[in-house]
Structures are given as C-alpha cells and as structure tokens.
Design a protein around this ligand. Structure first.
Ligand SMILES: O=C(O)CCC(=O)C(=O)O
Length: 281
C-alpha cells in the first residue's frame, strides 16, 4: 500500500530548467561522478552473479540480440538500491519531469557481451497519446554503467531529439524503417560513460547498443520511473520482502509501485522487445 505525497516545491541544488530542457530537447542528460568508483565496483561484482543465476533460470534473462541480454532484478538483490533512488539528482530529475508523485516501476540491467552486434535503432516501448498528442514525457530510464566504457565495447548510441518523431511508419510503434536510419546515423551521439556517471533518457529517444568488438562485457543498470498512470508497471514485477520494505524510508515507499511478499519470487521477464530478439541491424 503506497500513499500519495502532497506536491511541494522542490529544494534542490540542481538546475531544474536545464534538466527539463535536456530531457525535452535532446532526450538524454547525465551527471558525471554521481557515485564513487568503489560503490560502482561493488555493483559491478553483484551483477555478474545475478546474470549467471538469471541465465540458468527459464525466462530469467531476455535476449536483446546476439550476445546481449536484459535481466530484471529485485531491488534488494543489489546493495546500492537505496543510495540510487535517494540520490538527490535522481530525485530532482524525477520530480522535475514526472512530478512529485513519480513511481519507480523497474530495475534491471543490460549486458552487451563480446560479439554483440549493432542493434536496430529503436524505442523501448510505443509512445502513447500523452507524448504524441499532449507532448509530455511520462517515463524515464536511468542508466548507470559498471565499467569505464571504451570505443570497442559497443557503446550506447542515441539520436537526440527523436523522442518527438512521428512513429506512424515504425514497426510495432518502436522500430523505424531502415529508410530512416540515415537520419539517426547523422544525429547519433556515442556515449562513453565512466564508472560513477549516471544518465537519464526518455526511452522514446531513438537509440541502440552497438557492436562489442572487445573481450569485455559492458553491463549497465537500468532504473525505470513513470509519471502516475503511465502504466509501465504492467510489464514489470517489482517486489520486496516484508523486512526489507519495512526498513525503507517512507519517502522511498511513496514512490514505489510494488508487491510486498514473504519470500522473493523469481522474476519472469515481462518486458520483451520482440524486434531485438529476432535479429541485429
Ligand atoms: O546497449 C545498451 O546500453 C542499450 C541496449 C538497448 O537499447 C536495448 O537492449 O533495448
């Protein structure tokens, strides 16, 4: 059971107009050095264990193309969950763009492994009328790399501003036709974040993972956050054990759409992106 906080003016050291301009403009912004490298190193040790467990479980990891997976996890599987969701920049971004009643709906990670190929340019889900007609962003995806990303590790690429593109020709509302690829190619920015950096984007901004020609995986944590009613919780199954949930501060509980259970249940992935499982660009 969650309660709805009263809207209140935000006291924040961060530049709210710049946050709004960045997400409504380019569709992606970042904060360098948000966490110490030691904090990220610990996460970097936790994710491979969760990855191995997920691969061993039917439906535990979803394919996102050759040698790539996405794994949804339980927040309490990682030691840094509370630090992440209470980071003042993360809170300021969520409050500024999604409003004071924003909801955390998903946590997981992507792993492009050695041999991963270029993904097709895509959105992570279809744009709804809130965005297409009302011109409002109602969902954000935070990304946090656990490694220093180098050119050959298949960096993430994004085409700034394309969160506003008309999807009427897209396959499933998510996959632009190949004839539009030169547009994204011309706009593309390759991201080379370091351990400790965080970025946040609209998952509607057209993007792709690129080919990993190195010998190293490039794991990246994903935190999905919705404006109230955006509905992406339907694709996920955020749940907590009672003991862990009860120890969370009320201001975190207020921002969760989740179940509280006696024992954690294996997550069967709900957010499959069919077009990425079928092939690479
Ligand atoms: O490679 C990445 O960082 C993102 C991959 C991606 O966009 C996806 O699998 O949907």
């Amino acid at each position: 059971m969650t309660t709805t906080p009263e809207p209140r003016p935000t006291q924040t050291p961060y530049d709210v107009p710049a946050i709004m301009a960045g997400l409504y403009g380019d569709g992606i912004i970042g904060l360098k050095g948000a966490f110490p490298r030691e904090w990220v190193a610990r996460l970097g040790e936790e994710l491979p264990v969760l990855y191995r467990e997920a691969l061993a479980r039917p439906g535990g990891a979803v394919g996102r193309g050759t040698n790539r997976h996405y794994v949804e996890i339980h927040p309490e599987d990682i030691s840094g969950f509370l630090d992440l969701v209470t980071h003042p920049w993360v809170r300021t971004v969520c409050e500024s763009v999604l409003g004071p009643n924003y909801k955390i709906v998903e946590i997981g990670f992507d792993v492009p492994n050695p041999g991963a190929k270029d993904q097709p340019w895509h959105r992570d889900f279809r744009a709804g009328p809130e965005t297409l007609i009302d011109r409002r962003l109602n969902s954000l995806a935070f990304n946090l790399t656990t490694v220093d990303v180098e050119e050959d590790m298949g960096p993430f690429e994004i085409a700034p501003g394309t969160q506003w593109d008309d999807p009427s020709e897209y396959d499933h509302g998510m996959f632009p036709p190949v004839s539009l690829f030169p547009r994204y190619q011309a706009l593309a920015q390759r991201k080379l974040p370091k351990m400790g950096d965080i970025s946040v984007r609209s998952a509607l901004t057209i993007h792709r993972g690129t080919a990993n020609t190195s010998q190293k995986p490039r794991p990246v944590l994903v935190l999905g956050v919705d404006a109230p009613g955006a509905g992406h919780d339907e694709f996920h199954d955020l749940h907590f054990t009672r003991g862990y949930y009860e120890r969370l501060p009320q201001e975190v509980k207020d921002h969760l759409i989740c179940r509280v259970v006696d024992e954690l249940e294996p997550i069967v992935q709900g957010h499959t992106i069919e077009g990425l499982m079928m092939g690479d660009a």
